[in-house]
Design a protein around this ligand. Structure first.
Ligand code: TYD
Length: 221
């Protein structure tokens, strides 16, 4: 694989979308990367349709294993149709959520077990792991307060699960970060957005210096 695969993870209200929007102009200006952004669940039409089923408030009664399978199905389509081809083309992919979301939400939040969900996702990904995961860490209370304030009218089924569920998700993410210190970098999402963006950009420069080399020598010419 020639490209680079970066995932952004975090619980509700942690600012993933704003971070990605903030990184794009910096990468365009300072790196030579061909950047592609995407999100889960979704990212391509079929996966977006599965997303609608999962997140629809009317899917209230959905069984937890069904939910895990739908996330996995949506991920498989997204991976095969969008992520793998982009990696082959040498792109830098920034994905809003990936397997860690399932480990944290379904594995720990829903209580199905990280190992079980990891096994299900191994079938989906055939071992592909992100090169880097930026985990935006925020206390669940703070995150839920932010979504109440900022997007109370577009709340989805999982947003509504309450503080206890989101506290479990948080514990799940911290466990994943602890067990994957090479891949997962914990970013303090309590800070102002500009600082979160700057911290993440520093991590990317440090991890993938080659992306920045040609551009800086161009600038010297
Ligand atoms: P979204 O509106 O994209 O929320 P956010 O802005 O917080 O990413 O909704 C995605 C929801 O789906 C979110 O609550 C997290 C949840 N989710 C899982 O539970 N498992 C998964 O594997 C994925 C990808 C998302």
């Amino acid at each position: 694989m020639k490209g680079i695969f970066i995932t952004v993870e975090g619980s509700e209200g942690s600012g993933k979308t704003s971070l990605i929007q903030g990184l794009l102009p910096l990468l365009a200006e300072r790196s030579n990367a061909l950047v592609m952004t995407t999100r889960e669940p979704g990212g391509i039409p079929l996966a977006e349709r599965i997303r609608d089923i999962i997140l629809d408030l009317q899917s209230e009664e959905m069984d937890e294993k069904t939910e895990s399978l739908l996330f996995a199905a949506s991920r498989r389509e997204h991976l095969v149709k969008k992520i793998l081809p982009a990696l082959e083309e040498g792109k830098l992919i920034i994905a809003d959520r990936f397997v860690d979301s399932s480990l944290a939400y379904q594995g720990v939040g829903r209580g199905l077990g990280i190992e079980t969900i990891a096994a299900l996702n191994a079938f989906v990904t055939e071992g592909l792991e992100p090169d880097l995961t930026l985990y935006l860490d925020l206390k669940p209370k703070e995150g839920l307060a932010r979504i109440q304030q900022n997007r109370a009218n577009e709340v989805n089924r999982l947003d509504l699960l309450g503080l206890k569920f989101h506290q479990k998700v948080h514990v799940g993410y911290l466990k994943i970060a602890k067990e994957n210190p090479q891949r997962v970098v914990v970013i303090n999402a309590q800070q102002a957005l500009a600082k979160v963006i700057a911290d993440c950009f520093e991590v990317i420069i440090h991890r993938f210096p080659k992306l920045f080399k040609e551009k800086s020598s161009d600038n010297l010419k």
